[in-house]
Design a binder for this molecule. Structure first.
Ligand SMILES: [Zn+2]
Length: 89
């Protein structure tokens, strides 16, 4: 019988250690983002639960987040317009 094998505590300890390690890493990754807000920090609009689940620690509604990212979008728009002009010529 393999009774001796299942009594091997060293293997069990190793497995528990790696699970604890994994859990600690997951918790550490969650913490810096903080808690998700139910309402936008900028305009007080309710933030959809789907968004709060998708982005842990989310602070802004979609509109305010897009406004904050607006600088990048504006630059892209200018580039797109430029390429349209060159297509017409
Ligand atoms: Zn907002």
């Amino acid at each position: 019988m393999a009774g001796g094998w299942s009594r091997d505590g060293a293997v069990q300890e190793q497995i528990e250690d790696s699970i604890k390690d994994e859990l600690a890493r997951m918790q550490a990754r969650k913490r810096p983002t903080g808690e998700s807000l139910t309402h936008c920090a900028e305009c007080d609009e309710p933030i959809p639960e789907k968004r709060r689940v998708a982005i842990p620690g989310v602070k802004l509604c979609i509109e305010c987040q897009q406004e904050r990212d607006g600088a990048y979008q504006a630059r892209g728009g200018i580039n797109r317009r430029g390429s349209k002009d060159s297509q017409l010529k």
